[in-house]
Design a protein around this ligand. Structure first.
Ligand code: MN
Length: 305
């Protein structure tokens, strides 16, 4: 399935702690197969799954099985290690569209125990023709119940046709906007689906308007000052820990192919057996093998290239 990746990009790796942004769809599922992302591991980050249209079924190594739909949030905190799969469920609507985001965990929290949360009780902010659902963090006094580890915000904003509204921002945050559909003007700049509009810091409000009904994703947060190593599905601080995470995943693969995962020892690591990354049960397909490490050492990098 084709995705448009706007974070990290050539000029900028992060917006606040947001370090990865893929947008996909709208995909016509009446003529094409849907999403099938087999079991794969994560460390050092939170995955934020958000849909504009359709549905996705999440499974993880903690035993969670959760379908999400537009308006609800799936938030998976990888911490020291988790694995999951995402797929279009057997019964689904005709169109799939959404975004997959990662939030980097700060050093103090990056080794927390893995967890998963589903939120369908997200707060909504309204202003002249504008409706904002706050996925993560705080916007205009409305705070998402989702657990954040650094000051940030993520919100889906729907603008009615002819709307002209203003939202309060935090001058200490940097912000960016991704158009999801329609055609809006954000801080005077026209936005359409595709590129990410980076707004920087120092703003105390944001003007949003649209001639036709439009939807945008607002991301923001305190500039993230720690240097990161991002490789495959891992966020770390140095080369060696990425190597160790990769080896743990590949070792699990080897165990699974020898048939040992069929009967994990009881109480093995509290992660459903399968070592550091556990085992995703019920997905009809193979786990995703890790790519080879690059021949050069991975170098920690800051939020701006
Ligand atoms: Mn993932």
């Amino acid at each position: 399935m084709e995705v448009v990746r706007t974070l990290p990009n050539r000029h900028r790796r992060m917006v606040g702690a947001w370090c990865f942004l893929d947008a996909y769809g709208p995909h016509d599922l009446t003529t094409a197969s849907g999403m099938r992302v087999g079991p794969h591991p994560h460390i050092g980050l939170q995955t934020v799954s958000w849909l504009v249209q359709g549905e996705i079924l999440h499974r993880d190594s903690l035993g969670n099985l959760q379908e999400i739909r537009p308006g609800s949030l799936n938030l998976m905190t990888a911490g020291r290690g988790i694995s999951h799969s995402e797929e279009t469920p057997g019964t689904h609507g005709p169109v799939l569209q959404g975004v997959q985001l990662w939030v980097a965990l700060p050093a103090a929290d990056r080794d927390v125990a893995p967890s998963f949360a589903h939120h369908d009780d997200l707060p909504v902010v309204t202003a002249a023709g504008l409706t904002a659902t706050v996925l993560m963090g705080e916007l205009a006094g409305a705070t998402s119940p989702a657990r954040c580890h650094t000051p940030l915000v993520g919100a889906e904003i729907t603008l009615a046709a002819g709307s002209d509204a203003r939202l309060p921002l935090r001058p200490g945050f940097e912000y960016a906007v991704l158009a999801l559909d329609g055609e809006a003007a954000v801080a005077g700049t026209p936005v359409k689906p595709g590129p990410l509009l980076y707004l920087g810091t120092g703003r105390s409000s944001l003007a949003l308007s649209a001639g036709i009904e439009s939807r945008v994703l607002l991301l923001g947060g305190e500039p993230f000052e720690e240097k990161l190593v991002m490789w495959w599905n891992f966020v770390g601080r140095e080369h060696e820990e990425i190597v160790a995470a990769r080896e743990a995943w590949e070792a699990r693969e080897a165990e699974a192919s020898e048939g040992r995962e069929a009967s994990p020892p009881r109480g093995a690591g509290g992660n459903g057996g399968g070592g550091r990354f556990g085992v995703v049960r019920g997905y009809d397909g193979e786990p995703i093998p890790a790519p080879p490490m690059p021949i050069t050492r991975l170098v920690p990098r800051g939020r701006v290239r």
